[in-house]
Design a protein around this ligand. Structure first.
Ligand SMILES: *[C@@H]1O[C@H](CO)[C@@H](O)[C@H](O)[C@H]1NC(C)=O
Ligand SMILES: *[C@@H]1O[C@H](CO)[C@@H](O)[C@H](O)[C@H]1NC(C)=O
Ligand SMILES: *[C@@H]1O[C@H](CO)[C@@H](O)[C@H](O)[C@H]1NC(C)=O
Ligand SMILES: *[C@@H]1O[C@H](CO)[C@@H](O)[C@H](O)[C@H]1NC(C)=O
Length: 214
């Protein structure tokens, strides 16, 4: 519903040929937590709870009603990255839009073709409980007009990501992450969505996670 009105789109990630062969990106485990999305111009675009199935590549994100943002009021997304399907769910009205998901770009998992950049200690590496060691991975978007930088813990839990694009850029941070799926029902298609037909994508529209916040 939000993506359709924007002319500016994040293109899909694609393979790069200059990947560092000494380091292979890790993959996130199953997770539950909270996600904040900020535009780099300064405005907060969204805050809410997420559930992620790392094997099935499924994501649920629901905006938190106690932190309403103009761009994401009532935003409730269910994404199936492998199948290329996105549901925009309205649980109050029990209605649903089913769309083609074009990009696997998400702040939750480092793409396979990302390039290792660095390992660094946030806070203090010597004071117990005051440090966080992160690995940072970078890469380009398929149209080469954008790039990303993702930092994850040594166990591959995402901490923060930057997505830079000529039209808009985002900072995403993940907090209170636990490496389990607490409520598997979050990843099931609601019954009132099952019979909904797949919408046609208007020309020039790219549906991706970040496009939902523009
Ligand atoms: C992740 O969650 C999925 C769906 O609930 C489950 O099938 C899978 O076994 C889980 N994986 C791990 C490593 O726990
Ligand atoms: C909304 O956010 C608050 C923390 O700011 C949290 O305690 C609460 O559980 C969240 N609600 C949902 C539905 O995620
Ligand atoms: C949200 O929308 C209201 C009314 O349309 C507007 O006054 C306000 O500036 C907007 N806030 C942000 C952060 O865009
Ligand atoms: C619920 O549906 C009604 C009628 O279809 C619509 O007018 C209303 O805006 C919808 N409410 C929300 C929150 O989308």
């Amino acid at each position: 519903m939000y993506a359709a009105i924007t002319l500016f789109v994040f293109m899909c990630l694609s393979a790069t040929t200059n990947a560092d062969h000494h380091h292979h990106p890790c993959h996130a485990p199953n997770m539950t937590g909270f996600m904040s999305v900020l535009a780099l111009k300064g405005d907060i675009k969204g805050y809410g709870a997420f559930t992620y199935d790392s094997m099935g590549k499924k994501l649920r994100f629901r905006s938190n009603e106690s932190h309403p943002m103009n761009t994401s009021v009532g935003l409730d997304l269910l994404m199936f990255f492998d199948e290329g399907i996105l549901y925009e769910i309205d649980s109050k009205n029990k209605s649903c839009e089913k769309k083609t998901l074009h990009c696997t770009i998400s702040p939750l998992d480092v793409p396979d073709d990302a390039t290792f950049m660095s390992t660094a200690n946030g806070g203090s590496p010597t004071i117990e409980g005051e440090g966080l060691k992160v690995t940072t991975w970078t890469g380009s978007t398929a149209d080469m007009k954008g790039h990303y930088s993702m930092s994850v813990t040594m166990g591959c839990l995402p901490v923060w990501s930057f997505f830079f694009h000529e039209s808009s850029s985002f900072f995403v941070s993940l907090t209170e992450v636990e490496n389990e799926i607490k409520d598997p029902d979050q990843l099931l298609v609601p019954s009132y969505c099952l019979a909904v037909p797949l919408e046609e994508t208007p020309e020039g529209t790219v549906n991706s996670f970040l496009n939902e916040f523009m």
